[in-house]
Design a protein around this ligand. Structure first.
Ligand SMILES: Nc1ncnc2c1ncn2[C@@H]1O[C@H](COP(=O)(O)OP(=O)(O)O)[C@@H](O)[C@H]1O
Ligand SMILES: [Mg+2]
Length: 307
């Protein structure tokens, strides 16, 4: 198998581990900076160059680029798909995963468990919006926040209103959610590859915080997930359209609730916590798919015509 990893930094742990796991298994792998891939688009063929040389013959591609380059990176990923390369995380799914609100709507429509979430625009509607959610505590989240920064807990109605008004004043996009107190500052990261959870860890918030993100001082440990939790994690990844995903669940009195679906989940935390070879699991999944379904012939022809 010839594999492309779209990443801006070859030194990142996750990128290095994927390269290492692919080479160990005898595959050819190259890390391509998506911003150095450029494309020719015509009705007779698609082609792409990288630093002056054609990009051809890739069997599989894994996007590992940050949110800041989502738009360009996704165009590159789409070009790979059009050239017949297998993308377990295709551009459509990758784009969806980067829109938290859209993910919530899609998962809710499928009946997946979620914390109840409200979202609105006009300050005149704030009181009714919060009434639609129910009494505090509330969790208020910036839509573009990651790693726990931009996630706040408000315990009184006046605090919820105050934070909502302040965020509106800053033109920030945010949602307000019910607080799942019984989770006690813990969540589960389920690493989904294909239709299986190949590793899972529990993250626990440090004392005095409710956010379990490792970047906020949370600690990780291996965890035994239930069949229901695994099924919810796999279903959540499928609804968003991802073959590789980090699905964060929270244990609640009404069953597992999905907090978020990450399309480019880090490997360092989960490999350290579980001692599982997650990178190897990803590579083996890709290789099995490529063996079973060689690239789309028509797209291949178009790709070679256009070079
Ligand atoms: N509704 C909630 N109830 C209880 N805890 C929550 C809730 N939402 C988030 N958390 C906690 O806050 C952390 C960060 O929230 P998350 O939505 O994952 O934002 P981020 O994208 O910044 O990681 C979660 O890992 C979880 O521990
Ligand atoms: Mg999170």
């Amino acid at each position: 198998m010839k594999l492309a990893i779209l990443s801006r930094n070859t030194k990142l742990y996750s990128t290095r581990r994927l390269v290492e796991a692919a080479r160990q298994r005898g595959h050819t792998v190259r890390v391509l900076d998506p911003l150095r891939c450029y494309m020719r688009i015509s009705s007779t063929g698609f082609s792409m160059h990288y630093k002056g040389k054609p990009v051809v013959g890739y069997d599989a591609v894994i996007p590992r680029f940050a949110a800041t380059v989502t738009r360009y990176g996704n165009a590159v990923l789409r070009q790979f798909e059009l050239m017949g390369t297998y993308a377990p995380n295709p551009s459509a799914g990758f784009a969806r995963a980067r829109d938290k609100l859209l993910c919530q709507q899609l998962m809710a429509a499928e009946g997946l468990g979620l914390p109840v979430t409200v979202f609105g625009d006009n300050p005149d509607d704030t009181d009714d919006l919060l009434a639609m959610l129910g009494p505090p505590p509330h969790v208020i989240k910036l839509n573009e926040g990651t790693q726990g920064a931009g996630v706040m807990l408000t315990e009184k109605p006046s605090a919820s209103r105050g934070v909502v008004e302040a965020l509106r004043g800053l033109y920030a996009s945010f949602v307000v959610q019910e607080f799942i107190a019984e989770a006690q500052g813990a969540d589960l990261r389920c690493f989904v590859v294909g239709d299986r959870v190949i590793g899972a860890m529990q993250r626990q918030a440090p004392a005095g915080d409710f956010r379990s993100n490792l970047h906020r001082g949370g600690t990780a440990s291996p965890v035994e997930t239930t069949p229901e939790e695994r099924a919810v994690a796999v279903r959540a990844a499928q609804v968003i359209g991802l073959g590789i995903a980090g699905v964060d669940l929270i244990r609640s009195e009404r069953g597992p609730l999905v907090l978020e679906v990450n399309a480019s989940p880090g490997l360092e935390g989960i490999e350290a916590a579980t001692c599982d070879d997650i990178a190897g699991g990803i590579i083996e999944h890709l290789a099995a798919h490529v063996r079973a379904k060689p690239s789309n012939k028509r797209s291949r022809r178009l790709a070679s015509n256009g070079t």
